[in-house]
Design a protein around this ligand. Sequence first.
Ligand code: SF4
Ligand code: SF4
Length: 428
Amino acid sequence: MIKRPFFCLRAPRLKYPAKNSYQKEDITEIKLPDTITLLVERSGSDNGEIDLSNVKQVATGQKITLSGDNLDYFISTATGSIMEVCAFAGYMGKRYTSITIKTEVKDQWDDAFKKIGDTISAESALGFLRSLPGETDLSRLFDAGKPLNSIVINGVDNDLLVTTNQAVITLAREDLALGVQYLKQITQVNDVFLMIHSGAASGAYGIKAEIKTIDPIYPNAAPHLFMKKCLGRIIPAGMDSRDMGVGFINAEAVAALGRAFQKKEFPIHKILTIIHKDGSTTHARARIGTPIKHVLAAFNIEVRHGDQIILGGPMRGTFAYSEDMPVQWNTDAVMVQDGGQITPCEDTPCINCGECVRVCPAKIPVNMLVRLLENGRYEEGAEEYDLLSCIECGLCSYVCTARIPIFHYIMLGKYELGRIKKAEETNA
Ligand code: SF4
Ligand code: SF4
């Protein structure tokens, strides 16, 4: 989370990077490390018991179904032996199974995915490609309770400085074009839009999706704002785009889908935007599961005491507490902030300057909301000050004069409300 210097006189106009040309040679290949770690999100009903004792060796692309009363599975992104399986708690209490694999240099490919032949269907996609680079859970597009009538492909990354999806549109345009066809086929949704920033439309030729351009001003790529400005639809508080029949998916995931079905090869790499300490950016291609420290080492980025590693971009990213954290399916960026440049959050009271209210695209009275959230009064925050209308852009934290970590309070508030709702449903 970046903070701007003290006081500003008008709302900031933060721009998404709007570079239109990317070269393959600009992407640094990260060597396969000795170990990779795959994080598999556990389904809600699962009790967390993990038993992979019968699986010692895995091939690249091999599907392993987890034990228990669920159909969770993971697909190995490398060949090697399973060293460790344990529970892992992620951001906001998300529960994962962490599987560490000692890798072998040469990939031995499992051919189960190849055997789907020309069967391009929802079943084959969900059976093998539920996690794709850029998309952790493809099944979100197949929720029977929320049938879709449109799909939006994000060609603009949803954070500042991050250009992973912009790069994919240029570098994997043919895969993306194929992916759009397959996406329509497996979802039976024909209204597919491609979101790009104005000025990048020329790079999207040959892609059979309706192009929707946005001004490259942050946070115009957020689903709520895109829906309002480009589709003329407003998402009510507490709902998401899927409640309105519109699904969002990253361009990288659609390109991976296209390539996977075309080549019959399971996707195992993730494109990353690397945001250096001086704010410059480069790109890397790493095996999913690669520890972040290997990625940083490839760019000679030294993490010193006080520096911060952020997975994602500066406005919405989450802190990585260890350089051993792996590249995951949705790790679009890795950012390292120099400890000397970080403006720390402070435990100071709100001074009612109103900057957060002025900047909030959802028109939330953030100054009032934060008072409740700081005191754990989440339900009141939702009822009285519109907590659930927040589109999670982080601008309020960025401008806060008192340096209150508002965005984190908001995310915690939403998480706690989700827990309360779930507990009420369970006990009903
Ligand atoms: S993160 Fe802050 S500025 Fe952004 S929508 Fe939510 S309350 Fe408003
Ligand atoms: S929360 Fe921060 S930005 Fe908002 S009114 Fe208070 S001091 Fe100002």
